[in-house]
Design a protein around this ligand. Structure first.
Ligand code: MN
Length: 207
């Protein structure tokens, strides 16, 4: 199964995260992208690109930047199912990745180099693509700096996510100026509080 590692790490009956196996929607040269803001043990952004029917995923501790001078560390993590691009909510404490998640940005991407094979780009350790999101726009590059494909999960591949110079490049910090979910419009803290309120609600209803 393409998302074996994903499934191994999670318990279906304990987490609201999706387990589906939706078929790929994009052609090989384009597909979905999503960026999720995730307050697990440490706050980070998960950057995901649809490839081969799954979401190739990188954890970006400082989040993506629109400034070509900023290089953002992106640690490759396990492939996620396509449905994950729409997932937000709260993963219960104690479960894998426990904490609140919002969809910070979402849209489509298109390969630039190599032009039609994102997998070749991943194998090569360098590929360039264009994002068409609500917040992230224009060309970006991912460059592998450390680790080999298929390495043990405690030795994840390290990549750098860097904005290319184009008309969308900017020094504006979108992470702080546009912090809300593109789906629910909630901030990550609001998502976390909302979920706590929901858990308390049944107790109040009995009174
Ligand atoms: Mn995460």
């Amino acid at each position: 199964m393409p998302v074996d590692e994903y499934r191994r790490k999670r318990r279906r009956d304990r987490t609201p995260e999706p387990f589906g196996n939706k078929a790929s929607t994009g052609t090989r040269a384009s597909g979905l992208f999503a960026v999720q803001k995730h307050k697990a043990r440490a706050l980070h952004y998960d950057f995901r690109l649809e490839m081969d029917g799954v979401l190739r995923s990188w954890a970006v501790p400082r989040g993506p930047s629109m400034n070509p001078r900023e290089r953002r560390l992106a640690v490759m993590v396990e492939d996620h199912p396509l449905e994950y691009a729409d997932f937000e909510g709260c993963i219960p404490k104690g479960e894998y990745g426990g904490g609140a998640v919002i969809v910070w940005d979402r849209g489509e991407y298109r390969m630039i180099d190599p032009p039609d094979d994102p997998d070749e780009g991943v194998r090569r350790g360098r590929f360039e693509f264009e994002l068409r999101g609500k917040k992230l726009r224009g060309a970006f590059v991912l460059i592998r700096t450390r680790g080999m494909p298929g390495a043990r999960s405690d030795r994840r591949e390290q990549w750098l996510l860097i904005k290319r110079r184009d008309r969308f490049a900017s020094e504006r910090d979108l992470l702080s100026s546009r912090p809300r979910s593109v789906i629910s419009r909630l901030t990550l803290d609001e998502m976390q509080r909302g979920s706590r309120a929901k858990r308390r609600a049944p107790a109040r209803a009995r009174n």
